[in-house]
Design a protein around this ligand. Structure first.
Ligand SMILES: [Fe+2]
Length: 494
């Protein structure tokens, strides 16, 4: 079938077809094109991509490898600065995992979370004195106190009041939050309280009940955004999912060429001194039902081998920092240890760290977290959405934890809560495949997109379209961000 006929066929079925998908169908027998059109047009997705076609024709190939040459007029200024980079080892779980899943492990894990977060909450101003829960019985009706504890259960009564079970290291009590839906009310705050987080609750003691008068999260203090003297930038990518037939190899190669000074916006490329890679490097194997049908590289180590080959094409003055995600071949439970050298090649300037990871880049305290827990937060906190991942990153900082809700995340009960978030200057997250940027209390929030050319029916139902082939670049001197779009043949700033 020829181009015009293919376009007409899909238009008649009210679908948009990408030019690369038309190319993939061109010249095939009419019968085959009609069959593929029937299958693809029965799906929710409004756009037909090249990988959709490959999925049906079963002729998707391992990405061809291209040669990337440095442009002769490319003079990266970042090279002159060198690197000032330090890993905060005490936050890296690699080789430090101590738990085996016993009750004692869980007690130590939750206690560590409680103690760390309590320290933060104790430094917050309060009109009420902080009381241990075991001393509540000695209080008189009318007394007001502050409790600091872990939310062990949150319930909504039939009259739409909230009941919060709050637990500290001395006991457990139930607090009532009265139904009062004014914005900013204690009730409004209670709608955002999640299980297993540590909060401060101001209460008024009644004859039978303890009524909440305010709720305080540990949060990070407000501070001015920190910038540096050197004119250096950090690029950030994640969710490459190498091995998937949906991996946009051409766009990824376009990005590598651009990093080497080819194409427009050289002035941005030449300042890049660091590349953060935020997990889901490989698509992996067995991560979801029938994944093998969507894989062009079925051996997970070959998926990493291709990633390593790509990384060799990153200019060698750029330091590469890699953490795993939920698709990668390390344990799924968070915190995840670093991918070892059988996955991420040692080349002197690529560093493989745990998820989450804490590093200092040019004096800026930075946390990297793949972001698996984002789904649980979206489900339990009103107003959060996959479309605005930067708002989820803000919640990580407000709650001082990357993953509080135990039964909705996959967490390993380490004796130290590695998911605790520190005060920082930059926070990088990924996972939801949507690029984002914001600032919160002086901390820069970076969220990366994906390199998969795929919108699942599930994403569409959520009204969410991912951002494939877009790389973020944050300049640490100016404090400006640029989003580089590699979907077309030339890089474009979004
Ligand atoms: Fe992920």
């Amino acid at each position: 079938m020829e181009t015009a006929e293919i376009v007409k066929l899909f238009r008649a079925k009210a679908k948009l077809i990408k030019p690369s998908a038309v190319e993939a169908l061109k010249g095939r027998p009419d019968e085959e094109v009609n069959r593929i059109a029937d299958v693809l047009c029965s799906r929710d997705s409004p756009v037909i991509t090249e990988s959709d076609v490959h999925e049906q024709t079963n002729d998707a190939k391992t990405p061809d490898f291209v040669e990337v040459k440095r442009a002769s007029d490319f003079h990266p200024t970042a090279k002159e600065y060198g690197h000032e980079f330090k890993v905060q080892e005490e936050w890296d779980v690699t080789g430090r995992s101590k738990c085996s899943g016993t009750l004692d492990d869980f007690v130590k894990y939750m206690n560590d979370r409680y103690q760390r977060t309590k320290e933060v909450l104790l430094s917050r101003p309060s009109r009420n004195r902080v009381l241990r829960i075991e001393l509540l019985d000695s209080m008189q009706p009318g007394n007001e106190v502050r409790l600091i504890g872990l939310v062990s259960r949150k319930l909504l009564t039939k009259n739409k009041h909230f009941m919060l079970d709050i637990e500290d290291d001395s006991g457990l009590t139930t607090i009532l939050v009265l139904n009062d839906k004014r914005v900013g009310s204690t009730y409004d705050k209670a709608t955002r309280v999640i299980n297993d987080e540590v909060i401060a609750v101001d209460i008024k003691i009644g004859t039978n009940l303890k009524i909440a008068t305010d709720i305080t999260w540990p949060d990070v203090p407000l501070k001015p955004k920190k910038t540096i003297e050197k004119d250096l930038s950090i690029a950030y990518i994640a969710d490459t999912h190498i091995g998937s037939m949906h991996f946009q190899a051409k766009s990824f190669e376009g990005m590598l060429k651009w990093l080497n000074g080819n194409g427009p916006h050289k002035e941005i490329a030449e300042k890049i001194g660091y590349l953060m890679v935020g997990g889901d490097i490989a698509d992996g194997i067995g991560n979801y039902p029938h994944q093998e049908k969507e894989l062009v590289i079925k051996d997970v180590f070959e998926q990493y081998a291709l990633f390593n080959k790509f990384m060799e094409l990153v200019p060698d003055h750029i330091e590469i920092i890699v953490i795993p995600g939920n698709h990668d071949a390390v344990r799924h439970a968070e915190p995840q240890p670093a991918m070892d050298k059988t996955m991420i090649a040692e080349n002197g300037r690529t560093i493989s760290l745990s998820n989450p990871a804490h590093v200092t880049i040019e004096g800026l305290k930075t946390q990297m977290y793949h972001g698996y827990s984002m789904q649980a937060l979206i489900a339990d906190v009103p107003g959060l959405s996959f479309a605005r991942p930067e708002e989820i990153s803000m919640e990580f900082l407000k709650r001082r934890n990357f993953a509080n809700i135990y039964d909705k995340n996959t967490l390993s009960p380490e004796h130290k809560d590695y998911m605790f978030t520190e005060e920082c200057d930059m926070l990088f997250s990924a996972h939801v495949h949507k690029i984002g940027y914001s600032e919160y209390h002086g901390c820069v929030l970076m969220n990366s997109g994906t390199w998969l050319d795929k919108t699942t029916a599930w994403q569409l139902r959520l009204g969410f379209i991912p951002t494939p082939a877009v790389m973020g670049v944050y300049n640490m001197k100016t404090g400006h961000v640029a989003h580089l779009d590699f979907n077309k043949s030339e890089a474009a700033v979004q």
